[in-house]
Design a binder for this molecule. Structure first.
Ligand SMILES: [Zn+2]
Length: 333
């Protein structure tokens, strides 16, 4: 039995490039990158509830805070029976070169850990910020109407970022117009939406743990990735597990919302996230993972589940059409 902190230290020290699991194509060091530092500072003004003192803010806002916040978010959404399991689960945001997320209960030599570990690549957060920048820029209204503009370029950028880990795009993450109040308002929306998707991803990974999926996979499949994995299970069986983890994540996320309207509003972002993955697959010309159902299938399964969980699906139908329309406009040359 190996301790999780020990394993995590090994991962952090390990040169990410040598971890083939993660298909790394970049070994950038976020601590030496000014832009990334800027992002971390920006996030203070976003909707991520950092509880750091002012003095610490400038330098201590790291992905550790974000990961801790996500861990807390999971705790607020899941049934009480899973809390002990969550206590024995570590969650990390790590600077991997690929945009990915996975969970494991074993170390790199496949030794059993004293719990579970969920790792989400920091890059996912940046890709999501770009995606939601596109959405938000396109939907500004009221006093921000003058700032409305097409989201197409940011949408393209989010896909490029995802596929090529082009970290030069980090410069374009945030809306800059020289009006701090407007900027921070828009950044706040971006961070809130991106964080919500991270919550969904974290809950999806925790769903694999809570639902005992590790036991259902064979000894060669200790890593369950978002986009790649290997085991002796059939593709159909894998799809069933993925949909079950999605289902778990959605239910937990909805438990955190108060009103029907906010539940549907949160779900639009999740729906858009899967539309985005679909566009990425189109661009790539192949599925991100054959072990996962196609993104649009996952989106539609979740949408059906929303109808059952929350109700009143007809009332909200038009917004999905709007999202579909917006995405297809962006894709048109
Ligand atoms: Zn999964």
């Amino acid at each position: 039995m190996r301790s999780r902190p020990d394993f995590i230290n090994e991962l952090l020290q390990h040169n990410c490039k040598s971890l083939e699991y993660w298909d790394l194509s970049s070994s950038f060091d976020p601590n030496s990158n000014e832009e990334l530092q800027h992002i971390r500072e920006q996030n203070i003004s976003g909707n991520i509830n950092y509880q750091t003192s002012e003095k610490d803010n400038n330098h201590r806002v790291t992905m550790v805070d974000l990961a801790n916040a996500l861990h807390q978010d999971i705790a607020e959404g899941i049934e009480r029976e899973y809390l002990v399991l969550l206590e024995n689960t570590s969650l990390l945001m790590m600077p991997l070169g690929s945009v990915d997320a996975f969970c494991t209960q074993r170390d790199l030599e496949r030794k059993q850990l004293d719990g579970s570990v969920i790792i989400i690549n920091e890059g996912m957060f940046y890709g999501l910020l770009l995606l939601f920048k596109a959405v938000i820029m396109e939907s500004l209204d009221k006093e921000l109407l003058n700032h409305r503009s097409s989201g197409r370029l940011d949408f393209r950028n989010s896909i490029t970022f995802f596929l090529h880990q082009d970290f030069s795009l980090i410069k374009k993450l945030y809306y800059k117009v020289g009006a701090p109040q407007v900027e921070s308002e828009i950044n706040g929306y971006q961070s809130a939406a991106a964080t919500m998707i991270l919550q969904f991803i974290a809950l999806h990974e925790f769903g694999h743990i809570a639902l005992g999926h590790f036991k259902q996979m064979d000894k060669n499949s200790e890593f369950i990735n978002m986009f790649s994995s290997s085991s002796s299970l059939s593709i159909g069986q894998h799809h069933t597990l993925e949909l079950a983890a999605d289902n778990f994540a959605l239910q937990a996320l909805m438990r955190k919302s108060r009103s029907e309207q906010s539940m549907w509003a949160n779900f639009y972002s999740i729906y858009l996230f899967f539309q985005w993955l679909d566009c990425i697959e189109q661009e790539l010309g192949s599925p991100l993972s054959s072990l996962h159902p196609p993104p649009l299938k996952r989106a539609n399964e979740l949408r059906n589940l929303m109808g059952k969980l929350v109700g009143n699906a007809e009332t909200y139908q038009k917004y999905f059409k709007n999202i579909d329309q917006m995405v297809s406009d962006w894709l048109r040359a």
